[in-house]
Design a protein around this ligand. Sequence first.
Ligand SMILES: *[C@@H]1O[C@H](CO)[C@@H](O)[C@H](O)[C@H]1NC(C)=O
Ligand SMILES: *[C@@H]1O[C@H](CO)[C@@H](O)[C@H](O)[C@H]1NC(C)=O
Ligand SMILES: *[C@@H]1O[C@H](CO)[C@@H](O)[C@H](O)[C@H]1NC(C)=O
Length: 322
Amino acid sequence: MKMNPWTLSVLLLLAGPLGADPDWHVEYPDSFCVVEGSTATIPCSFTHPKVHQGTGAVVERVERVIWCHSAEYCIPPVFFGYDSSNLRADSRFQYLGDLVGNCTLKIIKTVKRDTGTYRFRFVTNGGGYTGTKGVRVNVTDGEDVKIRSSVADNVVKEGGQVTLTCTSACSFHQLDVNWYRNGHTLSETGPALHLSCLTNDDTGNYTCSLDPSGQKPSAPWSLLVGEDEGRHKCDSDWRLTVSVVSVLLAVFLLLLAGLVFTKRRQAQKKSSDVIQKQEVDCKQEAVGASEEVSYSTIHFKRNTSRSAPGPEHEIVYSEVVR
Ligand SMILES: *[C@@H]1O[C@H](CO)[C@@H](O)[C@H](O)[C@H]1NC(C)=O
Ligand SMILES: *[C@@H]1O[C@H](CO)[C@@H](O)[C@H](O)[C@H]1NC(C)=O
Ligand SMILES: *[C@@H]1O[C@H](CO)[C@@H](O)[C@H](O)[C@H]1NC(C)=O
């Protein structure tokens, strides 16, 4: 889990007296798995302790950062890991972090003996602090990679489905799994490969690998997609879905149309009531105002739109008809 220092300090504030020392903290994942030969980037974040001076709190200045292997407090000298004050240490260990809150460590070209618990220590002008929980790093050779399948039999009917899972001693939180069919890379990456609507094209030998270069693949798992009604079934499934969706859509549209129609009827009834009333009210005024009537008539004719005539038009129209 990655945490930025801000979230961390909020959490620490919330934790309050429960935390041993709420002034500082080192946060890394519990464990980290990497395939031998590849690069591990271990996320890490830390917060500074504060020195209280009079009224305000002043953040201490970090002067030295250390990553050590299998030592509880990372007290120098560090022979295996990283020490910002002794860069002659193993150069495969690179510090990607900074001196203010990021302590990310990179291990290049991991080897089996890198396996172990790593801890981060920072030394400030006020003292030294070690995140003793540490992060367990497992370097796997990728040789224990296996494929597990969701079906007992390697023969699956056309149109059927199967899920393959790539497993190893490593957990896969930080890993991309590569999948291959007859040695050709598939676009899917992830611990599970889900194959559905199987066709004859899916027949083949499947392998997975934890290594991006595809080295040390798992033992192959061969899939044979059987002929016959399978495909038909898959197609009809698809057709069924389409027809269900269209029926639902049609019902919805009908309901909508009904609703709109009813609303309109109500509105028309209402407005015709109003018009009738207005007609009575305005009759006196309209009679004799011939100029206005003819003008309105022209206006109405020009406005040939089929939209429901407004009250004015209606009145004028009835006057003209008369
Ligand atoms: C810490 O630094 C690494 C490497 O520069 C970067 O990838 C990562 O996002 C940083 N982490 C945080 C929390 O900023
Ligand atoms: C690392 O290895 C130990 C012991 O072999 C195991 O218990 C742990 O689950 C492994 N961790 C990961 C992330 O694979
Ligand atoms: C899959 O592997 C088997 C042997 O394990 C082999 O006989 C078969 O030809 C392979 N299939 C393909 C498509 O390569």
